[in-house]
Design a binder for this molecule. Structure first.
Ligand SMILES: [Zn+2]
Length: 234
């Protein structure tokens, strides 16, 4: 085995932390329903890999935001600590809590890359997400995101083909683009990153604000496994 996979799963937790939210219980439940990448910690399962799963909800801390001036979402209350909901309602007033879990999470990711680089030839960080069907018009079943750097075009083409061969529609960098890479490894010739986002309509039952697996769950889980395997054997 030449290639090693690190699965980064940032948005599967529903743990809201010990803080006060400004929404009613009902509204908070809706916001959590909309914001959580449900079951991604189950969908992205693989042998012989490292999984870095963030154990707090993104409504508490979003580890996919930058902790410096590169982060533009902070100006609309959607930086590391969201203060506004997706629809711009007040989510929380007091953000006086530590971002220690954010720091630890990123250290863990960086450390995983460093350690595996000493053993394996190539490292692939797979950024594992799900998205809401209504986020943009004509959303695909699968979105593959990548950056200008740390991008293995052949691995992306293979993954795209596997999903398509199983009847899923795929877009690249739409409706989301990019994929996580620790600063230390930007442009590193042996560290690659690829985001795989699954449209929730593919695997969730269509019930109001109650997360349930739908009929497509097992199928997409198997296809994801196949896609990850193709990257490992790239
Ligand atoms: Zn996500």
């Amino acid at each position: 085995m030449k290639n090693y996979l690190i699965l980064h799963i940032p948005h599967s937790s529903t743990d809201l932390g010990e803080i006060t939210y400004s929404l009613s219980e009902e509204k908070l439940k809706e916001e959590l329903f909309y914001s959580t990448d449900w079951f991604t910690d189950e969908l992205f399962d693989f042998e012989l890999c490292t999984r870095i799963v963030f154990n707090k909800s993104r409504l508490y801390i979003d580890v996919e935001r930058f902790n410096d001036e590169r982060e533009t979402m902070g100006s609309i209350g959607r930086g590391i600590k969201y203060t506004r909901t997706f629809y711009n309602e007040l989510l929380k007033k007091n953000v006086d809590y530590s971002i220690e879990p954010y720091i630890r999470h990123h250290e863990e990711l960086e450390c995983a890359v460093e350690q595996s680089l000493s053993v394996f030839e190539k490292i692939y960080i797979i950024d594992c997400h799900a998205f809401n069907d209504d986020i943009q018009p004509n959303t695909p079943d699968i979105c593959i995101g990548f950056n200008a750097t740390n991008c293995d075009v052949q691995a992306i083409t293979n993954v795209e083909k596997i999903f398509q061969d199983h009847g899923y529609t795929v877009e690249k960098n739409y409706p989301y683009s990019g994929s996580i890479i620790p600063d230390l490894y930007v442009e590193h010739p042996n560290v690659f990153t690829m985001m795989i986002e699954i449209n929730k309509r593919v695997y969730m039952a269509n019930e109001e604000f109650v997360p349930h697996k739908g009929q497509g769950f097992e199928n997409i889980k198997n296809v994801i496994f196949e896609a990850l395997k193709s990257i490992q054997h790239q």
